[in-house]
Design a binder for this molecule. Structure first.
Ligand SMILES: [Zn+2]
Length: 161
């Protein structure tokens, strides 16, 4: 296991837990089975963490995915899935001015004119982009029976694009 991905994963999880706070996970579930009409579970479970990883971020997505269930064990994120979205390297060519995404494997040439001088616009991102929450179905509520997932967005992790 790569240490870099492990510490990165811990940073991601800490950021997510901070962002979630306590409010999302408050339960008002009544322990009485029938008598109480106030039985509404407000517990929201975390369904997915969406993370953006630039092609030049130096992060091995597979190693990150491997660390995730280990790091989240015993936290509120246990059982959540990790969705890693690749961010292609984008350059602005100094020769022809084109803004292009570079395909993999990376070759640092302008895809349009072959020029070798360029400004990098994107590709170093390491960012927790969103946290997808889900409210469990509440059998006592008539409608709607399914809740669209709510999303908390955009938590830069200090990785500057
Ligand atoms: Zn060019």
């Amino acid at each position: 296991m790569a240490m870099h991905e492990l510490s990165l994963c811990q940073a991601l999880v800490e950021t997510a837990l901070e962002a979630l706070g306590d409010a999302c996970f408050e339960t008002v579930t009544c322990s009485e089975t029938v008598a109480c009409s106030e039985t509404v579970a407000r517990l929201q479970t975390v369904e997915t963490l969406v993370v953006e990883i630039g092609d030049l971020a130096g992060v091995e997505p597979q190693a990150l995915a491997f660390c995730f269930p280990i790091v989240t064990q015993g936290t509120r994120l246990e059982g959540a899935s990790l969705q890693i979205e690749r961010v292609p390297v984008r350059i602005r060519c100094a020769v022809c001015g084109a803004e292009e995404a570079l395909p993999l494997p990376l070759r640092f040439r302008c895809p349009r004119c072959g020029g070798a001088a360029a400004t990098m616009l994107a590709g170093r991102e390491i960012q927790l982009r969103s946290i997808v929450l889900r409210v469990p179905e509440e059998p006592n509520v008539e409608a709607p029976t399914t809740h669209p997932p709510s999303v908390i967005d955009n938590f830069p992790l200090g990785g500057k694009p």
